[in-house]
Design a protein around this ligand. Structure first.
Ligand code: FAD
Length: 306
C-alpha cells in the first residue's frame, strides 16, 4: 500500500505518543484502518535493556530491537508516520489536540493516544548494565534464564516475599531482603523459611558486578550477598505524569490516568494505553499490546459512530 501525503498543517486523525508494545500495536491497527496516524516517541522502551523478549507469542527469544523494528516497518507499510523526538507538551480542547516536541515542532491531531509506559525509578545501587540482565522487577519475564543461580529478592515487604516464592523453583539459594520488619513475621516469610530460604530485614546499599557473573549486594548491616539474579518490587514503576498533568486528566489512586478498559480518559479526545496502573488487567508486553489494540478499536469506533 502506498503512503498518503498529508500537508504538515492538516491534523492527523490520531497522534500517538510512545512507540512501545501499546503504541505500535495501536499504530498498526489504526494504519490498517486507513486512519492518518503520527507516532512521536523515543526508542528506549521498558524492555530495551534486555537481551531477548520472553512470553510473547511468535517473538519469544527475539531481541527487543528486532521486535520493534518489525512493528515499525509494519506500521510504516500502512502509511503511519514517525517522528523520533521527546514530547514535552500536550494540549486538548473541544477542537483537537496539539503535541509539542523538543526539536521537531508541534503537531495537530483529532485525537491523542498516550502510550508512554511507566517510568522505572531504579535504585541507585544497580551497577551499570545489570538492569534487564541480572536485575529485574518481574518474576516471570527473565528468571528462567537464570535457572540454578543464587536469587535475591529486594524490596519493602509483601511483594518482595511473593517474588521470592515465585522464583523458588529456579533458585539454588534464595534470600529475601525486606525493609519492613513486620513482613519478616508474616505467613509468606514463614513459607519461605520452610522451603529453605532466608528472610533478612535489611537494606541494600550498594552492588558491584562480579567477574564470574551476577552481582555482589552489600547491605546496611554489612552483609555481602552474591546474586546471579535480583528481583525487585514493581513499586519501581511510577506513573509518567508529564503529559497527563499537562492535559489535566483525572488520575487514579496510583497517579496513572483514570481510564476505561478501552483507554478512554476524562477528556473525550484523549486515550491512554499500555501500563495504566499497577492493578491493570493488561499484564506484561502482550497485555500492553492488547490494551493498545483496545484503544485503537475505541478510537476507530469513535471516528465511525461520532
Ligand atoms: C528490563 C525489562 C524486561 C522486560 N522483559 C519482558 C519480557 O521479556 N516479556 C514481557 O512480556 N514483558 C517484559 N517486560 C515488560 C514490558 O517491557 C512492558 O510491559 C511493555 O514494554 C509495556 O509497553 P508500553 O507500550 O506500555 O511501554 P513501553 O514499551 O515502555 O513504551 C513506551 C514508549 O514511550 C516513549 N516515551 C515515553 N515518554 C515519552 C515522551 N515524553 N516523549 C516521547 N516518547 C516517550 C518511550 O521512549 C517508549 O518508546 C520487561 C520490562 C523490563 C523493565
Amino acid at each position: 500500500m502506498s503512503h498518503q501525503e498529508h500537508p504538515q498543517d492538516s491534523p492527523y486523525d490520531v497522534v500517538i505518543v510512545g512507540a512501545g508494545a501499546a503504541g505500535l500495536s495501536a499504530a498498526v491497527m489504526l494504519g490498517r484502518s486507513k486512519r492518518r496516524v503520527l507516532v512521536v516517541s523515543l526508542r528506549n522502551r521498558r524492555n530495551s535493556p534486555a537481551d531477548r523478549v520472553n512470553n510473547v507469542p511468535f517473538a519469544h527469544g527475539t531481541p527487543p530491537a528486532e521486535v520493534y523494528a518489525k512493528m515499525e516497518s509494519d506500521a510504516d507499510s500502512y502509511g503511519v508516520e514517525f517522528i523520533w523526538d521527546t514530547v514535552l507538551t500536550a494540549q486538548a480542547t473541544d477542537e483537537g489536540v496539539t503535541v509539542g516536541t523538543r526539536e521537531s515542532g508541534t503537531f495537530l491531531g483529532e485525537r491523542l493516544l498516550l502510550a508512554t509506559g511507566p517510568l522505572d525509578r531504579l535504585p541507585a545501587w544497580i551497577p551499570q548494565g545489570e538492569w534487564g540482565r541480572t536485575v529485574f522487577d518481574c518474576p516471570y519475564c527473565h528468571t528462567r534464564e537464570h535457572d540454578g543461580a543464587a536469587f535475591v529478592a529486594v524490596g519493602a515487604g509483601e511483594e518482595t516475599l511473593q517474588h521470592a516464592l515465585l522464583c523458588r523453583q529456579y533458585a539454588n539459594s534464595l534470600t529475601a531482603v525486606v525493609t519492613d520488619p513486620d513482613s519478616a513475621h508474616s505467613d509468606l516469610a514463614a513459607r519461605l523459611v520452610k522451603v529453605g530460604a532466608q528472610v533478612l530485614v535489611d537494606t541494600v546499599l550498594s552492588a558491584t558486578t562480579r567477574d564470574e557473573g551476577g552481582v555482589l549486594l552489600v547491605t546496611e548491616a554489612g552483609r555481602e550477598l552474591p546474586a546471579g539474579a535480583v528481583v525487585l518490587d514493581t513499586a519501581i514503576q511510577e506513573p509518567n505524569q508529564l503529559l497527563p498533568s499537562a492535559l489535566g486528566l483525572d488520575l487514579n489512586a496510583h497517579g496513572f490516568p483514570r481510564t476505561t478498559l478501552s483507554g478512554r480518559t476524562s477528556h473525550p479526545r484523549v486515550y491512554n494505553t499500555g501500563k495504566s496502573n499497577p492493578s491493570s488487567p493488561y499484564f506484561a508486553w502482550t497485555g500492553a499490546a492488547s490494551s493498545g489494540l483496545n484503544a485503537a478499536r475505541a478510537i476507530c469506533e469513535d471516528i465511525a459512530f461520532g
